[in-house]
Design a protein around this ligand. Structure first.
Ligand SMILES: Nc1nc2c(ncn2[C@@H]2O[C@H](COP(=O)(O)OP(=O)(O)OP(=O)(O)O)[C@@H](O)[C@H]2O)c(=O)[nH]1
Ligand SMILES: [Mg+2]
Length: 449
């Protein structure tokens, strides 16, 4: 088997305030592959998503180019609900509020009165009303454009919806769009009010004063409430940097407790460069990488670690991992560390593993016991674990060997790595076959798992 190089980039992170404590001296994936044939492939991880999908009765269906992109609201569960991926790449460019304001003022000041008006007072009030109307429109048009083009979260693909909630905080996206809408309405009503006042002026002087007042009011409103535009600008930046996924490509997702060696394995499998550190939650976001193998294309995601706790207590990093498993067509590579080095006891890892396995039982799956260079003859017990109790056989077995069929590997000694690569390739090929067979049995469908 030729294991070709691939590219992996971190496309989005939850910001970290923590300093990294140590850095590892792990060898890079490519050096471990010296004996195998390496076919270099150029990858563009931030490529624009060109294929979009809609979900029809729970299945992903590619959208043909002439189809309507913005879905109509579907309140009835049985209605066809349209959701697309790649929505973040289509977001409009947002101008800073100060640029919108000064460009609008500049443009509106260029408006001159209707030429045929001879009377000076009439000319001035005509000019004032027209300039205020123009200012109101110049300010309002970009706002309306953003409101129209930023998608309603409700109609997004569930994966992108989760990314919005977990990155921006629940409700923040809608809150900013709400403030923007309120600003647009205010600009409209204040602009209309002052244009009308100006149009009713009885003298040239009054018309001039009304115009100056109107401009000042609109300027003040935009200065005090234009933050909504700048907040939207930052949201757009964050969302555009999020991973672009291809729902038709098989994807390998590395899952496990924090610090068990997931990122180290991603480096080996994809020659990507995720951050590695002997500290839990080093990986603070979703990494999307690509493997090109035997002319086939696969995706790899590295995810933040999962701790033993109820789902409702999970932090946003852990929720992100579950969102990937739930919403993307992934095959799982679950990593177990039984060496006692990662900070999660074997029994905690076992409990989390059982829960995740059960929740995502329809996913194709490989179990890996990592760091086998550190494994001792007798199984590890943490002092927090109660070793006196008679353990049930499954748990006892897990402590020694991991789940049944798990492959033991070490990135330090390279033990098990070539076997793991073959298994991963087979798994991804099986997932490809699964996708194809589901497509051919129902040409409309792209499977979720
Ligand atoms: N001895 C040994 N150490 C390893 C091995 N694999 C990983 N490590 C070390 O384990 C620590 C954690 O590795 P990472 O790959 O960052 O683990 P992770 O699961 O991605 O961690 P988080 O992103 O924090 O969840 C690092 O210090 C690695 O150098 C291995 O096979 N043997
Ligand atoms: Mg990691």
């Amino acid at each position: 088997m030729s294991w070709a190089t691939s590219n992996l980039s971190q496309l989005w992170k939850i910001p970290s305030t923590r300093l990294l404590l140590t850095s590892s001296e792990l060898r890079k994936g490519s050096s471990l592959l010296s004996s195998t044939e390496i076919r270099t492939t150029v990858c563009f991880c931030r490529k624009m998503q060109t294929q979009t999908y809609e979900v029809v009765n729970g299945s992903y269906v590619p959208v043909t180019p002439n189809k309507q992109e913005t879905p109509a609201p579907a309140e009835d569960k049985n209605d066809v609900k349209v959701e697309t991926v790649g929505a973040f790449q289509k977001l409009p460019m947002v101008m800073p509020s100060v640029d919108i304001l000064y460009s609008a003022i500049k443009k509106s000041k260029r408006i001159s009165p209707t030429k045929s008006i001879v009377n000076a007072a009439k000319r001035e009030r005509n000019k004032g009303a027209r300039q205020l109307d123009a200012l109101m429109k110049e300010l309002g048009v970009p706002l309306r454009d953003y409101i129209d083009k930023f998608p309603n979260k409700k109609y997004l693909h569930p994966y992108e919806r989760s990314l919005i909630e977990l990155t921006l905080g629940d409700g923040n996206y809608e809150e900013v769009l709400g403030r923007l809408n309120a600003l647009k309405k205010k600009v409209n009503s204040v602009g209309k009010e002052h244009a009308s006042l100006c149009g009713k002026s009885v003298s040239k002087r009054e018309a001039e004063e009304r115009l100056a007042e109107g401009i000042k009011r609109l300027e003040d409103i935009f200065k005090s409430e234009g933050k909504a535009v700048d907040d939207l600008l930052n949201i757009a930046k964050t969302l555009r940097a999020m991973p672009v996924v291809d729902l038709k490509s098989p994807t390998l997702c590395l899952v496990g407790a924090p610090n068990v060696g997931k990122s180290s394995l991603v480096r080996i499998l994809s020659s990507g460069k995720p951050e590695i550190c002997n500290y839990p939650f080093t990986t603070r976001g979703i990494l999307m990488g690509h493997i090109h193998l035997n002319y086939q294309h696969f995706q790899v995601t590295d995810t933040p670690g999962l701790l033993r706790r109820p789902d409702e207590d999970r932090n946003n990093l852990e929720k992100l991992t579950l969102a990937v498993l739930q919403h993307l067509p992934t095959a799982v590579l679950y990593v177990h560390d039984l060496s006692g080095e990662c900070g999660s006891s074997p029994s905690d890892q076992f409990v989390t593993y059982k829960e995740v396995r059960e929740k995502f039982s329809d996913h194709l799956w490989i179990d890996v016991v990592s760091k086998c260079d550190l494994l001792k003859d007798s199984p590890v017990f943490y002092i927090t674990e109660d070793s006196s109790n008679q353990e049930h056989t499954e748990m006892e077995q897990y402590r020694k060997m991991g789940p049944p069929g798990a492959i033991h590997v070490s990135v330090m000694t390279e033990k098990g790595l070539s076997e793991l690569k073959s298994m991963v390739h087979e798994l991804l090929v099986s997932q490809m076959a699964r996708i194809k067979s589901q497509n051919s049995s129902n040409p409309e469908e792209v499977p979720k798992t």
